[in-house]
Ligand binder design. Structure first.
Ligand code: FAD
Length: 419
């Protein structure tokens, strides 16, 4: 996408939601000379994710994401982004392999209201460009040009613990459905702070129990791991699919448009890309609906097909997939092409999407806003989700239940989920 020339719109633009998609749209519009107002119902940008770490994937497009941001006129230099080249990949059979690439596999960013977060970085750029940000404020979406209000339903939840640690920087993804029904657990350690989280597509009510067991698992397998808990966090994720991205003159961006990776939940690239595309469309350059259908929807359909497929592989199938990945990495000297191929839309993805994967989507609760978006509902519990906590899991659970003063465990806090 070449940079847009400066085209000044002669009416103020109103954006609903100051998350990453809304702020990206606002920055591009304001830099082109438009009067831009962003209405955000929360007290600050990033409040939905305070304390979280997230990875921005670098395997769905040939261009590095931070380079792409620069090309769009967004400065990736004013927030913290740490490049990661390898992760520990843990198969359900317990085998730990290192998936690595000579390039940057993903950028690790902080989320929330802290100084170094991507949310605050984009907010600062928006303010510098002259955007008027209205916090604790909303507006009927019919009176907005861009709707950037985030997730539309609940597919799954994430429950995590943030802690201080002396463990070296590391990212671990563990595909064990026992510890994370229907999904995966992960550990991110960067700069002395760690996050261990479990993602649950089933049995969400027992999230703390699965998190306790996950913490015990990480302790058992990473003996150098020490944990001084800061707090527990939680959030919801929604895997959805929009069928229209423009309703009248209104453009839907990010998760409000149902844009999200439905395999593992990498939504940041979708959010920023759609925000930029919406701004360019408003500036008169591009056909928004057409661009999204061409650039993003095929990847989303492929991610839904992958979710369907992985949901049916079972523990042995997932362990087999991890082995094929490592075999491919050995052959090429690079683990990233395997992931790129998994994500790249193909005729097989399309076939699965059309025949089975797309059919599991439900109508989003509440009145249809015209986007026709549908989402993947939470899955019912399965018999294999019922198993007794291990002794180590029970110990983590008991420590958590101690009064705060006795263990030093601070009071719980939760990522806000939706508005
Ligand atoms: C726990 C968790 C972990 C994740 N990890 C990753 C990851 O590692 N990598 C990745 O790429 N993606 C990840 N994602 C997904 C990614 O965070 C989202 O896809 C992305 O932030 C979506 O941006 P958005 O702008 O569409 O929505 P949001 O960030 O939700 O922004 C929407 C904003 O709109 C505001 N709003 C809502 N309703 C109104 C209203 N009526 N009026 C005014 N304002 C309103 C909200 O308060 C919010 O600030 C994760 C998601 C979760 C929940």
């Amino acid at each position: 996408m070449p940079p847009v020339e400066s085209v000044k719109l002669n009416k103020p633009i109103h954006i609903l939601g100051a998350g990453l998609s809304g702020l990206s749209a606002a920055i591009v519009l304001a830099r082109s000379g438009c009067e831009v107002h962003v209405h955000e119902i929360r007290a600050d940008s990033g409040a939905r994710f305070d304390g979280d770490f997230q990875g921005i994937e670098n395997w769905t497009r040939p261009v590095d994401f931070l380079t792409e941001m620069k090309q769009w006129g967004i400065d990736p230099g004013n927030f913290m982004a740490t490049p990661f080249r390898e992760i520990d990949l843990v198969a359900p059979d317990g085998r730990i392999s290192v998936a690595r690439t000579p390039a940057t596999a993903f950028w690790l960013v902080e989320r929330g209201t802290g100084e170094r977060t991507i949310d605050q970085g984009l907010k600062r750029q928006a303010l510098a460009a002259g955007v008027r940000l209205h916090y604790r404020s909303t507006r009927p979406r019919e009176q907005c040009d861009v709707v950037a209000t985030g997730p539309r339903g609940v597919t799954g939840i994430v429950r995590g613990e943030l802690f201080r640690t002396s463990h070296p920087d590391r990212v671990v993804v563990q595909l064990d459905d026992r510890l994370a029904p229907g999904a995966y657990t992960y550990m991110i350690v960067t700069g002395g702070v760690g996050l261990i989280a479990t993602v649950l597509l089933r049995r969400q009510r027992d999230a703390d129990r699965f998190l306790d067991e996950s913490l015990a698992w990480y302790h058992a397998h990473y003996p150098r791991l020490d944990r001084d808990p800061i707090r527990r966090l939680g959030g919801v994720g929604c895997f959805a699919l929009g069928s229209r991205y423009r309703v009248g003159e209104r453009l839907y961006v990010g998760e409000a448009a149902g844009l999200q990776d439905c395999l593992w939940g990498f939504g940041i690239r979708y959010a920023v890309t759609s925000g930029v595309l919406a701004a360019r469309a408003l500036l008169g350059g591009e056909d928004y609906e057409g661009e999204l259908r061409r650039r993003l929807r095929p990847f989303q359909a492929a991610s839904l097909a992958n979710r369907w497929l992985l949901g049916r592989l079972g523990a042995r199938g997932l362990s087999g997939l991890a082995r094929v990945w490592m075999w491919d990495q050995e052959r090429r000297g690079d683990g990233l092409p395997f992931l790129s191929r998994l994500y790249r839309p193909s005729w097989l993805h399309w076939l699965l999407f059309k025949t089975v994967a797309g059919r599991g989507l439900d109508r989003i609760p509440g009145p249809d806003d015209g986007t026709g978006a549908r989402y993947l509902p939470m899955l019912p519990p399965e018999r294999r989700d019922d198993w007794p906590l291990s002794e180590a899991g029970r110990a983590v659970s008991a420590a958590r239940r101690q009064p705060a003063g006795k263990t030093g465990h601070p009071q719980e806090e939760t990522w806000q989920t939706s508005t």
